[in-house]
Design a protein around this ligand. Structure first.
Ligand SMILES: N[C@@H](CCC[C@H](N)C(=O)O)C(=O)O
Length: 291
């Protein structure tokens, strides 16, 4: 990247989980951790909870084995520049971008991610649905500690790690989310996303989340799926046993997501995904950020 080249970006969000989208179809851009953190900085950069780099699967070493199924790879980074396996809101926004840019037709498409291929349904307008794969629920007990208080948590993987904590009142956790909650490194050696959940009604919960690598965000798609599945298991037998889908509404600070666990064990998420702006990086700024 030289200072004379103009690199395009877009800004998008899904339930206010916001991302800087960087189209890099041929995988030419070296995007070091510090550069991502600079781009996501809400004062000195563009601001975002993370970056979605858009690369052809065939052009990315981590996605070449998915290239036959999915033309595009979502290279997701957290706001601090760290790499995560999966981002549920990100993959909906990624699909919205592909359609916006004319790189795919409306309808069903496959997107390569570090957690494997995800199937997405995107129409010209409206919500985007993604099949998020199977949730993995672990039996071992986990304790989450914030500001001197501890709660038992459910350990759930959606391709990335989650600790789901049920609380009476979200206010109990909300004020504490500015500081990173503590969770055992023995269970989560690579860190964890922590969701605090309170009931709102039948099959309806609200959550707040502290994301690994981004801090408190206004929504987390994988977190909402982890929450829905942990709540469904608390509320009754698995859809695999009953043959009936479990459908939950999960309210987040930035809106609402609909999550369905199907009898085959896969989890579908439906929610909004919007592109809000596009532009180019100032070359001198970008050159310094990438240095
Ligand atoms: N906001 C995302 C999750 C992003 C990754 C997460 N912070 C991690 O490190 O695992 C979502 O919508 O799922």
């Amino acid at each position: 990247m030289t200072s004379t080249q103009r690199l395009a970006y877009l800004k998008g969000h899904g339930t206010e989980n916001d991302f800087v989208i960087v189209p890099d179809p041929d995988g030419r851009l070296d995007l070091p951790r510090a550069a991502v953190a600079r781009i996501c900085d809400r004062r000195a950069g563009l601001g975002g909870d993370g970056v979605l780099r858009v690369v052809r699967s065939a052009a990315h070493p981590e996605a070449q084995d998915q290239a036959d199924e999915a033309e595009w790879f979502m290279d997701y980074r957290n706001g601090d520049g760290s790499i995560a396996e999966m981002c549920g809101n990100g993959v909906r926004v990624f699909a919205r971008y592909l359609l916006h840019a004319g790189l795919v037709e409306a309808g069903d498409l496959a997107i390569a991610t570090r957690a494997g291929v995800r199937r997405v349904h995107v129409a010209k307008t409206g919500d985007v649905t993604v099949s998020m794969g199977r949730a993995e629920l672990f039996e071992e007990s986990v304790v989450v500690t914030v500001g001197g208080r501890s709660w038992p948590a459910r350990n759930v993987s959606m391709g990335n790690p989650h600790a789901v904590v049920f609380v009476e009142d979200l206010a109990h956790a909300g004020d504490l989310l500015a500081v990173p909650p503590f969770s055992p490194a023995s269970v989560y050696p690579d860190g964890v996303n922590i969701e605090f959940v309170a009931d709102r009604g039948p099959h309806h919960v609200a959550m707040r989340v502290h994301e690994r690598g981004s801090g408190e965000t206004r929504s987390c798609g994988t977190g909402a799926c982890a929450v829905a599945v942990a709540t469904a298991r608390r509320d009754g037998p698995a859809p695999a046993e009953t043959g009936t889908p479990a459908i939950y509404t999960v309210d987040v600070l930035g809106g609402s997501l609909s999550i369905t666990e199907l009898p085959d064990g896969t989890v579908e998420m439906t929610g909004p995904a919007e592109i809000v702006a596009e532009g180019t990086f100032e070359p001198a700024w970008l050159t310094a950020a990438l240095a």
